[in-house]
Design a protein around this ligand. Sequence first.
Ligand SMILES: [Zn+2]
Length: 64
Amino acid sequence: MSESPIRIRCPNLTCRKVLAVPQVARGKTVRCRTCSTSIRVPSKPESKKTGSPDPESVESKPNQ
Ligand SMILES: [Zn+2]
């Protein structure tokens, strides 16, 4: 039930404006109002989890 808008940064280096788009815009493309650049809204949150398990640390155990 998190309807807080998604914050994405405009990829345009001369703009870099932070846009707030609604949750319904996930996976869609929005347009920056400042520079009219089309921005792809990520379908998943971009929150990087610190301390996430490394794929290398997960050993594939063979069948015993
Ligand atoms: Zn922009």
